[in-house]
Design a protein around this ligand. Structure first.
Ligand SMILES: *[C@@H]1O[C@H](CO)[C@@H](O)[C@H](O)[C@H]1NC(C)=O
Ligand SMILES: *[C@@H]1O[C@H](CO)[C@@H](O)[C@H](O)[C@H]1NC(C)=O
Ligand SMILES: *[C@@H]1O[C@H](CO)[C@@H](O)[C@H](O)[C@H]1NC(C)=O
Length: 521
């Protein structure tokens, strides 16, 4: 599937020879037209035009060498355009597209009778190339008017009905726009069922990026992806061919197929995301899990952060609708959003929407005054319900922040190892998995940091059960277990019942199910 089209010297020679032949013919044509007053209608010299609909120069070769360009349908354009269209730069570019389109004709993706559209075809090279190879019903659309090849119009709200074109061509505009998802929707809309969409892109070189692109074109099936020379032939770029499915075959949630070999799920009730190649490729590149329980977790886990392979450092994340960061158990603004996510997480220049979920009232005031953060003053939980939270007062390093007097909160569920009544607070919990499904989609790039004091052993299974886990691109998870304590050698923290082994099981189950999870401190 993935082939590189290499320059072929023999072919290049033949092409040059042919071009030379065409030049001689043109000279002779000009001679005949000007000296004998002939025209295309007379037949003699239009044989190449009728076979391949090459431009025919007609009429006024008077004075400064300006020529009218006449299309096979009889329409002509001004001498200025004629001059431009026969300039060397233009011919080079048009010929690039001609050869690309001719390949597509040979491969049956494009027919001479097709109704075709070129997106953001700024000066119409692609449209002219289509007309020259005999695809007469071709038009471009761009911000700038360029008659007769290109209409001016908003590419996000095109003046065409649904299912209008047999063939849509998009140069690298999908790489340049900040709204690739909206543009993708519009391209698919104007395409007829079974119609062909061809994209040129410098992205989609890795499987993750290619997958993101396929998700944007949910109503289409990718039929080919290959590297080609870019128009200026200085580097490689990618040509991707999609075919729009017939309306009846479009599945609303292609990504959420039911497969049931999930360790968290009993029975066949739940949805699960398929572990596709792009996930395997990512997991292969991820840093290994620390399988051995560290004797000095306060050092080892913190040091491990330097080994983390961030998703944006592994793949191209261009083809996404929104970029979203969700901090579950956000604590103070500075504890992870300000100090880590905003400063250190690599973002490929994208602007992220930030959600902070923090039930501890000690932090409410700080978030209310923070701009650009969606703050949810509730506890991420597995249902909508009021829950009693234990306010603990241990001496773990991060617990007594900013002298608030409040320790970190923890669901006081089954593990009631005797929190005294005066330390219980009632708090509003919400169904985090359901909220996630209502807040983001598969088209979005979603990063979650979760530090929820042991509740991860409830939340993660719930994310699987609901299929919400499929929406998470990258997860930073702090797993809470009875760690060795810094203060007192040989003693474990009494705060959590889970063991390191259970944490490793949680992490490896996530990875086995295709989730890029990192061990967080
Ligand atoms: C055109 O397609 C869009 C989505 O692709 C749809 O929302 C809209 O209703 C359609 N319009 C008509 C007139 O069918
Ligand atoms: C981000 O933008 C800067 C300046 O605009 C540019 O130099 C840099 O290459 C960009 N980085 C990425 C990953 O696109
Ligand atoms: C939970 O609460 C949210 C927000 O109020 C609401 O949208 C959702 O429908 C509730 N879910 C259930 C199952 O009641």
């Amino acid at each position: 599937m993935d082939s590189v089209v290499k320059p072929n010297f023999a072919r290049g020679f033949i092409v040059r020879l042919l071009l030379f032949g065409v030049f001689i013919l043109l000279l002779r044509f000009v001679y005949v037209v000007t000296l004998r007053g002939g025209s295309c209608a007379s037949g003699d010299f239009c044989f190449f035009s009728s076979s391949a609909e090459v431009l025919s120069l007609s009429g006024g070769i008077s004075g400064g060498g300006a020529a009218y360009v006449r299309f096979p349908d009889g329409s002509t354009v001004s001498p200025e355009l004629g001059k431009l269209w026969t300039s060397r730069e233009w011919r080079k570019s048009v010929e690039f597209y001609s050869s690309l389109f001719q390949d597509l004709v040979v491969e049956d993706f494009l027919s001479p009778t097709a109704k075709t559209l070129c997106i953001e075809s700024v000066s119409g090279h692609e449209v002219l190339a289509l007309k020259e190879i005999g695809v007469a019903d071709s038009i471009g659309i761009s911000k700038k008017n360029f008659p007769p090849l290109v209409l001016s119009g908003d590419i996000f709200h095109q003046p065409f009905g649904n299912n209008t074109f047999d063939f849509v061509f998009s140069g690298n505009i999908l790489d340049l726009t900040r709204r690739p998802a909206d543009l993708a929707g519009e391209l698919a809309r104007v395409l007829k069922p079974k119609g062909i969409l061809v994209l040129i892109t410098a992205s989609a070189g890795d499987l993750y990026s290619l997958h993101s692109l396929k998700v944007l074109f949910a109503s289409c099936t990718m039929v080919r992806s290959r590297e080609i020379n870019s128009p200026d032939s200085s580097k490689f770029t990618r040509e991707i061919v999609f075919r729009k499915e017939e309306a009846s075959q479009i599945l609303p949630h292609k990504g959420n197929e039911m497969v049931n070999d999930n360790p968290f799920i009993v029975g066949n009730s739940a949805s699960k995301c398929p572990i596709t190649d792009h996930k395997l490729q990512l997991l292969h590149s991820a840093e290994p899990l620390l399988e051995e329980e560290p004797l000095k977790p306060w050092l080892t886990l913190k040091k491990n952060i330097q080994n983390i392979k961030y998703l944006p450092s592994l793949v191209d994340m261009s083809f996404k609708q929104r970029y979203v960061y969700i901090d579950v158990g956000a604590r103070s603004y500075g504890s992870s959003i300000g100090s880590w996510f905003r400063k250190q997480y690599p973002k490929q220049n994208k602007t992220f929407e930030i959600y902070a979920i923090e039930a501890d009232q000690a932090f409410h005031a700080e978030y209310v005054s923070k701009k650009g953060i969606n703050y949810l003053p509730f506890a991420a939980w597995i249902r909508n319900e009021s829950i009693s939270f234990e306010v603990s007062h241990d001496h773990d390093q991060k617990s007594d922040e900013k002298g608030s007097g409040m320790g970190r909160i923890k669901a006081a569920g089954a593990s009631s190892s005797g929190p005294s009544a005066k330390n219980l607070h009632m708090i509003q919990g919400f169904d985090f998995a359901e909220w996630l499904k209502n807040t983001v989609t598969e088209k979005d790039f979603v990063v979650v940091k979760m530090d929820v004091e042991g509740t991860e052993f409830d939340l993660v299974p719930r994310l699987f059960e609901t299929g919400a886990i499929c929406l998470v691109d990258e997860l930073f998870l702090e797993c809470h277990y009875n760690r060795w304590q810094r203060c007192c050698p040989g003693k474990r923290s009494p705060k959590y019942q889970n063991t390191y082994g259970q944490c490793i099981h949680l992490f490896s189950s996530l990875r086995e199910n295709g989730v890029l999870v990192h061990q967080w401190w």
